[in-house]
Design a protein around this ligand. Structure first.
Ligand SMILES: Cc1ncc(COP(=O)(O)O)c(C=O)c1O
Length: 385
């Protein structure tokens, strides 16, 4: 029998997060601070709306682009948070999580050999999706001395004649870094000058702890060049509902919807009804969860200082990214030993790109009690080194 598997797929490494957490499953008594998933239940009124839609028998496909009222709510939401207008009928469509939107944006926009700039450390899917789209991923190393923000100079350094897309992963997973308006203005200048497009993954846009999130689409000239990606997983604690969206120029949306139409048909109908409720009446829930995350974030930063772990202060998402360089171990070794010796699971920084070496990612999408127990273990571990 000849090889049934395509070479392109075989060559892609499996996610470093998943690989690590297979071990956690088998370790009894382990505490995990590894998963990037809210520990809150989806707020009840949102779940209730999903249930109601089922009771009403709304169990059919929606249009490929998603429910009109949901697209209208998404449009209203972006208008009220970023003061940018998207036509709900032509410039917005609903996807199966932000994940699908990332994949579709890349597939719709690149030709074989086009280069895609991917700042790292960052979320695990950009690089494989770029490769699957036959693009060439080009890494930009984010630096701790810049608080892991992306600078215009770093972009310029990597731009070639083949560069087509810049992925903008802020607020960032795994570092928690956020970009300021000034940072974005400088990036926008380069993007326009070099005739690039941006895929802006703003899935953590609602979870910022020092002022409101600024989207690059609010910078003049950038709405025309950007695919804005967001979703309901993180802000509304709706990971399992699998719902996200993409907003952008009609000419790009049309092609993305074409792939979505053939590969997916439409995002889950029940989830779409629930999401309308989330956007209409969910602001207070988001605020409550954000306050809790912020409390945990501050707790962890204080604890790190107390136990002697260096960490830059992150202002977004629900991750901290302390340095473990002073212990003279690789990230992988540190995490493997921490799990084995103290049954505490965190993620090696290298799961988010080679330049994550020397760091670990700790998620604070866990209760304060959990975090306290985890910090005891981390302190004990460090004191032995
Ligand atoms: C930065 C980032 N983007 C996108 C996603 C995908 O989220 P979803 O597909 O659940 O919307 C995640 C999930 O962890 C993420 O961290």
């Amino acid at each position: 029998m000849r090889n049934p598997i395509g070479k392109k797929v075989v060559d892609i490494k499996p996610s470093g997060i998943r690989k690590f957490f297979d071990i956690v499953q088998e370790t009894e008594g382990a505490i995990s601070l590894g998963v990037g998933e809210p520990d809150f239940d989806t707020p009840w009124h949102i779940r209730d709306e999903g249930i109601y839609s089922l009771e009403k028998g709304r169990t059919f496909y929606t249009s490929n682009s998603g429910l009109k009222e949901l697209r209208q709510e998404i449009s209203n939401y972006i208008k009220r948070t970023q003061n940018v207008e998207y036509d709900p009928l032509k410039e917005i469509f609903v996807t199966v999580g932000g994940s699908e939107a990332i994949d579709l944006a890349l597939r719709a926009m690149v030709d074989a050999g086009d280069e895609v700039l991917i700042p790292q450390p960052s979320y695990v899917s950009y690089e494989p999706c770029a490769i699957l789209a036959d693009a060439v991923p080009v890494t930009i190393e984010l630096k701790e001395e810049n608080q892991f923000r992306l600078t215009a100079e770093e972009v310029l350094e990597k731009v070639t004649d083949k560069t087509k897309i810049l992925v903008l992963p802020f607020p960032n997973n795994p570092t928690g870094a956020v970009m300021t308006k000034e940072d974005l203005e400088a990036i926008a200048k380069v993007v326009i000058e070099k005739d690039l497009f941006v895929i802006s993954d703003e899935i953590y846009g609602e979870l910022t702890y020092s002022g409101e999130h600024v989207s690059i689409v609010s910078i003049p000239g950038m709405k025309e060049r950007t695919i804005l990606i967001n979703g309901f997983s993180k802000a509304y604690a709706m990971t399992g509902w699998r719902l996200g969206y993409a907003c952008g120029p009609e000419i790009i949306m049309k092609q993305m919807i074409k792939i979505h139409q053939f590969a997916i048909m439409c995002a889950p109908t029940t989830s779409q009804y629930a999401a309308v409720e989330a956007l209409r009446n969910g602001d207070d829930d988001v605020k409550m969860m954000r306050e809790q995350y912020n409390q945990r974030r501050r707790y962890l930063l204080n604890e790190f200082e107390r136990i002697g772990l260096t960490c830059f202060e992150p202002f977004g998402a629900f991750y901290v990214f302390p340095s473990i360089k002073k212990f003279g171990m690789s990230s992988d070794e540190f995490c493997t030993r921490l799990l084995k010796e103290e049954k505490l699971a965190v993620v090696p920084g290298t799961a988010f790109g080679d330049c994550g070496e020397g760091y670990i990612r700790i998620s604070y999408a866990y209760s304060l009690d959990n975090l306290k127990a985890a910090m005891e273990r981390l302190e004990r571990f460090i004191s032995k080194l």
